[in-house]
Design a protein around this ligand. Structure first.
Ligand code: ZN
Ligand code: ZN
Length: 888
């Protein structure tokens, strides 16, 4: 039976022709889905779900690359490996996007109504979900698509309701009036984490409050004068002697004439403003706490669209900033505005729409996070969870120790509706996982669900267990939970990682993951954050189309270390593309050397020449190093070691030596070692550059005897393990010395600009390595273009004289007669000519500097310049003379 023809490898690597073919092959074969094997410990990553707000950005590509490296590596190590993908409904972020789309159509969500708007959101989310999955596939991710989840799917949604009800029943979820961050544009409450604090240059206004029944005043300072309307006290520090006499008195609030007390409270900073501060409990979190302690009333002065409400008296109906202007004008007219100072202070902005948020007292749902944080702190202190890089452990613990209650209700439509029903008859609440038919307290059927939805991070906090089937006791949950690694950006350590630890422990009694790996941000070539506004965004799909996916992945994981930002530059991408091409060319050479067929692939260990023992030893060393680095999450360094071995040792040297041997027909043939090292290296590199390694491995495999590789894909082949018996320090020392000798001659040739077709002479003294190196004389000749190469028996044998270039290396010395590199007579003449020119120049400068007219007329700086010139010329002349001396 005739064998199927083996197709010729094309001259150049074309990623576009290869990538989609292999992705489809892997997917169709079902390689990405793990097989549950109770005898083996699985490796599990739950992918951070991208938001359904559009397309993937370069940060997602970094996440995908790192997680795919880990997943492919563990799969090749034979572990049942689950990488579970998904997408996040993204609450406010996605709602803002669709609202903008509606605005372009001249509509808003209220015109659509809640039901139709959610339908529209679902269509949008479905579109994004498809795009995101397609883009992930282009990046080569080997995640299990059969388990893909969406936060609003029925399973994760039931997990959300179950977690809510359990926390409520434990008394850890409550509804209360607290100061929350209100975004007037998004018309919703925000958690503290969703607020960007920016330094803003504003003003500090000093305002006099008249004492009741008195001609005196007390002066307070404020950055938000409109909030005067909501003041319910003036407070001073109890130890502040300046205000002792005023304590207990009352003041009349300007503009609205409400009478409020002057009180003492420890929280007042005597150094701020005048030392007396206004207390606005409904619009400031610190004042809210003071009011709770002191039993002060709350006066809310804002409507939710941030216009002033009826409590603002004459200002009711004005926008908050118009009110500020109006009240300042009135204060000034009444002589109550003492002074205005420029003042830089921190102002909260909505992190979605950048509108200035308004702190206001509002009835919202909260999680009492302190008891949850205790368990989350313990899990890290007990080292059940490790954070990489370790410096983030402190950041995590500090945040947990100072945690505040988490406001989880949002006045949005897109998200998980809060599972709370209010009774119209008895006013009690019913909290339930599934829609109740009646009030749990009075059995009335007249109940109404809370209109709000949950903070999108609430469902994210459950992601590691809700995706595996919790609250049901599924086989997946039992086998894959706790997961192994949570890989994500350090920028969402609090938003997400910290909350997953709290909720994972709370819901399942176990940690959600054993290791947190935090990566940095991908910045542009100047180190700036990428943003659409700056126009420096790098689209991962455009990039992989230009350079190839493996090149993009290589660029993303080059030189990275956990927690540090990286700069994405064109040279990095080019280096990735060049590396793929280098491997392509090396494999083409190896594949060609496999003809004629029937070459014996067995490596005869006892008769290997030095270069074979060297490359096998270096391969084994590289496998050990790479494995150790991967175990320590140093993927950037692991990839660099692999790159340097493959390019700098295998391609640059071993293949060159092999070519010499192949052309001379020497035995043993280098082919078995070429194939062995290449095949092993491709497997080592596969997790980093999956497409080119699969293509090359398949090309190699189809030309090898059937027993060589049993698996149908490199994905399923075993990850290499170091062969300790191959370590050969003596072979490494000899080869390093040979390489150094060739390098030194090449460098000398370059330094003296020796033409490439000219042969130079070299004499080598290699001490005790001489017997081992001597047989490589022909290789040194070929690779360094040196002929003859003679070996000196003793160092004293080195030819004396000035015409010899002597190079001292680690284990050897190399002597190159100058005349073998340059034409001595011509060089002598050239130097002579240059010396004469220099001498003339020196003479001219010396004459000038003796010229009295010049010295008196020229500005001192010009004279100094001429003096410097002379010194430089004299120095050059000296060196030229020395050079010429070497030829005499
Ligand atoms: Zn907003
Ligand atoms: Zn009721």
């Amino acid at each position: 039976m005739a064998e199927a023809p083996k197709y010729e490898m094309p001259k150049a690597y074309e990623p576009g022709k290869v990538e989609q073919k292999w992705y489809k092959f892997w997917l169709d074969k079902g390689y990405f889905a793990p097989k549950i094997d109770p005898k083996k410990k699985p490796f599990v990553i739950i992918m951070p779900p991208p938001n359904v707000t559009g397309e993937l950005h370069i940060g997602h590509a970094l996440t995908a690359t790192l997680e795919d490296i880990m997943t492919r590596w563990h799969r090749m190590k034979g572990e049942p490996t689950l990488w579970l993908p998904g997408v996040d409904h993204a609450g406010i972020a996605a709602q803002v996007v669709v609202e903008q789309l509606l605005a372009e159509e001249g509509r808003d969500r209220h015109q659509l109504g809640r039901e139709k708007f959610i339908e529209r959101m679902r269509q949008w989310a479905e579109k994004c979900r498809t795009t995101i999955a397609e883009q992930h596939q282009r990046l080569g991710v080997s995640c299990d698509w059969s388990r893909e989840r969406f936060t609003l799917d029925e399973g994760p949604s039931r997990a959300v309701r179950t977690a809510f009800v359990r926390l409520y029943d434990k008394g850890l979820i409550y509804r209360g009036e607290r100061i929350i961050n209100w975004c007037p544009r998004c018309a919703t409450a925000l958690s503290d984490l969703e607020v960007d604090h920016k330094e803003v240059t504003g003003h500090l206004y000093y305002v006099r409050y008249p004492l009741e029944g008195d001609k005196e005043f007390i002066t307070v300072a404020t950055t938000r004068p409109e909030t005067i309307l909501g003041d319910t006290a003036v407070a001073v520090n109890p130890r502040d002697k300046r205000f002792k006499a005023m304590l207990g008195k009352k003041v009349v609030l300007p503009a609205v004439n409400r009478v409020i007390p002057i009180i003492a409270d420890e929280a007042v900073d005597p150094d701020f403003g005048t030392g007396a501060v206004k207390i606005t409990p409904a619009h400031d979190p610190v004042d809210f706490d003071i009011a709770q302690r002191q039993g002060l009333p709350l006066v809310n002065i804002l409507n939710l669209d941030v216009t002033m409400n009826e409590n603002a008296g004459p200002y009711a109906g004005l926008d908050r900033f118009d009110c500020r202007r109006a009240i300042l004008a009135d204060l000034e007219r009444n002589g109550l505005l003492v002074k205005v100072e420029p003042y830089t202070h921190s102002v909260g902005h909505c992190d979605r729409c950048q509108v200035v948020i308004e702190p206001l007292a509002s009835k919202q749902w909260f999680i009492n996070t302190q008891p949850l944080a205790q368990a989350a702190i313990k899990a890290v202190l007990d080292r059940r969870i490790a954070i990489i890089p370790p410096r983030f452990t402190k950041v995590y613990l500090n945040w947990m120790e100072n945690i505040r209650d988490w406001c989880i209700s949002r006045q949005l439509w897109w998200g998980h509706r809060i599972p709370v029903w209010y009774c119209r008859d008895c006013g009690e609440v019913t909290v339930a996982i599934d829609q109740p038919k009646s009030c749990r307290h009075c059995a009335s059927a007249s109940i109404e669900q809370d209109p709000d939805v949950l903070d999108t991070w609430f469902s994210s906090a459950l992601w590691t267990h809700s995706t595996l089937g919790w609250p049901d006791e599924t086989q997946e949950l039992a086998y894959f939970y706790p997961t192994t690694v949570m890989e994500t950006g350090y920028d969402i350590l609090f938003f997400w990682v910290a909350r997953m630890v709290m909720m994972g422990l709370e819901d399942t009694g176990d940690i959600p993951f054993g290791t947190v790996y935090l990566h940095g941000l991908v910045r542009d070539e100047k180190g700036e954050k990428m943003s659409k506004l700056k126009g420096n965004v790098l689209n991962p799909i455009d990039t992989l189309e230009k350079y190839g996916t493996d090149a993009l992945r290589f660029a993303l994981s080059t030189d990275i270390s956990p927690g540090n930002d990286i700069k994405m530059t064109a040279p990095r991408l080019e280096a990735g593309r060049n590396f793929a091409n280098k491997l392509w060319n090396a494999t083409r050479f190896v594949v060609r050397s496999l003809e004629p067929e029937g070459t014996d692939m067995k490596i005869q260990r006892d008769e290997l020449p030095v270069e074979d023992r060297w490359i096998l030893s270096r391969l084994s060393g590289t496998v050990s190093t790479v494995t150790r680095l991967m175990d320590n999450f140093q993927f950037g360094e692991a990839q660099r070691q692999l790159h340097d071995f493959l390019w700098g040792e295998f391609c640059d040297w071993y293949i060159e030596f092999a070519k010499i041997r192949l052309s001379s027909g020497e035995v043993p043939s280098p082919v078995p070692v070429l194939v062995y090292v290449l095949e092993t290296s491709l497997r080592l590199l596969h997790p980093f550059m999956p497409f080119v390694t699969e293509e090359l491995w398949q090309n190699l495999k189809q030309r090898l005897p059937p027993d060589w590789q049993a698996t149908e894909s490199i994905m399923l082949a075993a990850y290499p393990e170091a062969d300790e018996t191959a370590i050969d320090p003596q072979a490494e020392r000899v080869m390093e010395s040979i390489i150094e000798i060739i390098h030194s001659i090449r460098n000398a040739r370059a330094q003296y600009k020796v033409e490439s077709n000219r042969w130079v002479e070299a004499q080598v003294y290699a001490g005790e390595l001489t017997p081992a190196i001597t047989p490589y004389s022909p290789a040194i000749q070929t690779l360094a273009r040196a002929r003859p190469v003679t070996f000196l028996a003793r160092r004293e044998g080195a030819p004396p004289g000035e015409n010899i270039l002597a190079l001292v290396l680690k284990d050897a010395e190399v002597f190159i007669p100058m005349e073998s590199m340059v034409d001595l007579q011509a060089e002598r003449e050239r130097l002579q000519e240059e010396i004469e020119q220099s001498q003339a120049e020196v003479a001219r400068l010396e004459a000038r500097l003796k010229d009295k007219a010049f010295l008196t007329k020229a500005p001192p700086s010009v004279v100094d310049k001429e003096r410097d010139k002379l010194a430089v010329r004299k120095d050059k002349l000296e060196r030229l003379k020395q050079q010429l001396g070497r030829f005499d």
